[in-house]
Design a protein around this ligand. Structure first.
Ligand SMILES: [Zn+2]
Length: 353
């Protein structure tokens, strides 16, 4: 072996040793430091969030009635392709028609698609069978509300209506996840149909979010939506309960211009808004990054600016205990009012001046 080769081998061996040392000694301490810094940042944000007076522009009774209908045992947990899901989607299309939204699917209000069987790491980590089964008969539901300015691109409002269905004879009702987001989607459609904005609003109830965001993928995969023709995505997933009465707004890290808008929003919101859970691991340590946690992740990947509103995971998340009686009606109503205010502020902000 030549001297040069020996030298190369020695350097490589040293590099491996250094990497192992760094990984075992420095890395955990660095991660810990980042995590602590992030939790201090979130605590500071929480302390700075001062709730405003409650609002009532939406019909709060209707919100709860719609949430209850979707989370009712007759819907059987709205697993893609099941009778409960098909009933839910037909009902949603009927609601869109009654509100006066224009059909915006590939087949009336619907965009039918097939859920492909695939491996799900998150299911596997939760001790379930790792395979998400195929479903022939999935569909997104889309309705368009024209804006006052026909030249503007639509703001897309999304909430997934599917949930886990029945497992071993037990019902996963998915009241918070995500009957709550869909009921708010309907409430917003009713409100804005009577108080139109400059931007068109595209209301989308997505299927097959659980285990792979496949409903959101289908929007772009089959070119029903083109990213460059969209102004913004507002995603709603889990809005109806939180012991600390906190609402997370995810996405201002990626789009810093949202920060002043969120500060403005806090001044008219009766819940505490925390901007967070959108920092990558090398900025936030072990604090979860929710950038890809729900359907907004697909809009993010398509380079459509987004915000995601949702509560922190609770002890009933993805269990049989996520039922409608656990909903906090006052908190849920004010979260919905907050998202209404956000869309109004966004409409102003995105408008050409
Ligand atoms: Zn969800």
């Amino acid at each position: 072996m030549s001297v040069a080769k020996r030298l190369c081998l020695a350097v490589a061996a040293l590099c491996v040793i250094a990497a192992i040392l760094l990984y075992t000694l420095a890395w955990p301490a660095w991660q810990q430091q980042l995590t602590e810094r992030e939790s201090i940042r979130l605590a500071q944000l929480q302390a700075a969030a001062i709730p405003a007076a409650p609002q009532q522009r939406l019909n709060h009774q209707q919100l709860l009635a719609d949430l209850n209908w979707l989370a009712h045992p007759e819907r059987q947990g709205r697993k893609p392709g099941t009778p409960g899901s098909i009933e839910a989607r037909a009902w949603l299309a009927q609601q869109f028609a009654d509100i006066g939204l224009q059909p915006a699917g590939s087949d009336g209000y619907l965009q039918p698609f097939t859920v492909r069987q695939h491996f799900s790491l998150s299911r596997w980590l939760r001790g379930k069978t790792a395979t998400v089964p195929a479903a022939e008969n999935a569909a997104n539901v889309l309705g368009l509300l024209p804006g006052l300015n026909p030249n503007l691109k639509p703001i897309v409002l999304t909430a997934h209506y599917d949930h886990l269905g029945m497992e071993n004879g037990e019902l996963f009702a998915g009241a918070d996840d995500n009957a709550s987001g869909v009921a708010t989607l309907l409430g917003l459609a009713r409100y804005f149909s009577e108080h139109p904005l400059a931007h068109p609003l595209l209301f989308v109830a997505l299927d097959a979010e659980e285990g792979g965001l496949q409903g959101a993928v289908a929007l772009f995969k089959y070119k029903l939506l083109k990213p460059e023709q969209l102004a913004f995505n507002v995603n709603m997933d889990m809005l109806s309960r939180d012991t600390n009465q906190l609402l997370f707004a995810v996405g201002s890290y990626q789009r810093p211009w949202l920060t002043p808008l969120l500060q403005n929003l806090q001044q008219q919101s009766a819940v505490k808004i925390i901007a967070g859970h959108d920092r990558p691991w090398y900025r936030a340590g072990n604090t979860q990054d929710w950038t890809l946690s729900s359907d907004h992740g697909i809009f993010y990947q398509q380079q459509v600016p987004f915000i995601y509103f949702g509560v922190a995971d609770h002890e009933d998340y993805h269990t049989v205990r996520d039922t409608a009686d656990k909903v906090d009606p006052d908190f849920y109503a004010q979260v919905s009012e907050t998202i209404l205010s956000f869309i109004q502020l966004l409409d102003q902000q995105l408008k050409p001046h």
